[in-house]
Design a protein around this ligand. Structure first.
Ligand code: MF3
Ligand code: CO
Ligand code: CO
Length: 255
């Protein structure tokens, strides 16, 4: 588990600020009628405008390479959705945007789920609970805590609201590559797992389903959906651990 140096952290701040600014600008384009392909292309342009590179594009698992610039996942899609002209966003949908960029050799990773137009109260609650679960998880990313403290805080809060946490996908360390140790599950036990030290950069990312936690992957080989067809939400930040407590790095740059 790598501990970032002061110089590494300077670069991580840059990459994370770009990832967050791209995400903030992309959000403004979400409305009924836009396609998920449009969102992908807007993100591609924004990323290039900051002199950064999509860490998703060409990302390889086995023999497959991810063919898009961000992940756009609608309704029952949990993560890794691929933008397509065939997918038009409609009033009442929820859409997850996950932006991961590389800048100067460092990676920033962040995501959120947002309403398209007006959404049902149950979906509003799903979004609120998932975002709050992320905040509670981040609050546990304290020096001398363990990764299980982050996991347990997320799981307990989500399950107390009757939702479920996805088990097949986890948060992760992030830095010089998109996925570094440690794994950060959204379920687990307090006091378990690796100890948190100062200078870790962690992508904490609860994925929360309205129904059951089981998943399946679509025939495109990437899009992960809920097995029961229920809606799913995802919020993610890249966080730096410090002796003064966790610091969220994926904060948009003003102006
Ligand atoms: N951004 C994702 C994460 O949070 C990973 C993207 S996978 C890719 O870990 F296939 F889209 F690249
Ligand atoms: Co991500
Ligand atoms: Co991530």
């Amino acid at each position: 588990m790598s501990i970032k140096t002061a110089a590494d952290i300077v670069r991580m701040r840059e990459a994370c600020a770009i990832a967050a600014t791209v995400l903030a600008k992309l959000k403004e384009h979400v409305a009924p009628g836009i396609t998920t392909y449009d969102l992908d292309q807007i993100a591609k342009t924004l990323i290039a405008g900051y002199g950064a590179r999509s860490a998703d594009y060409g990302y390889q698992i086995g023999s497959r390479r991810f063919p898009a610039y961000i992940c756009v996942s609608v309704n029952d899609e949990i993560v890794h959705g691929i933008g397509t002209l065939k997918r038009i966003l409609h009033d009442g949908d929820i859409v997850s945007l996950d932006v991961t960029v590389e800048y100067n050799g460092c990676i920033g990773d962040n995501a959120l789920t947002m309403p398209v137009g007006r959404i049902a109260p149950a979906l509003q609650q799903l979004l609120q609970v998932t975002e709050r679960a992320l905040q509670l998880g981040i609050a546990q990313a304290k020096v001398d805590n363990r990764i299980g403290d982050v996991s347990a805080a997320i799981q307990e809060y989500v399950e107390s609201h009757g939702f479920s946490v996805v088990r097949d996908l986890v948060g992760h360390g992030v830095g010089f590559s998109m996925h570094e140790p440690p794994e950060i599950p959204n379920f687990g036990r307090k006091g378990a797992g690796p100890r948190i030290k100062a200078g870790m950069t962690l992508a904490i990312e609860p994925m929360v389903n309205l129904g059951g936690y089981r998943t399946k992957t679509l025939a495109d080989g990437w899009t992960v959906v809920t097995a029961d067809g229920s809606a799913s939400a995802h919020f993610e930040h890249t966080v730096l651990t410090t002796d003064r407590g966790p610091e969220i790095l994926t904060i948009p740059r003003s102006a």
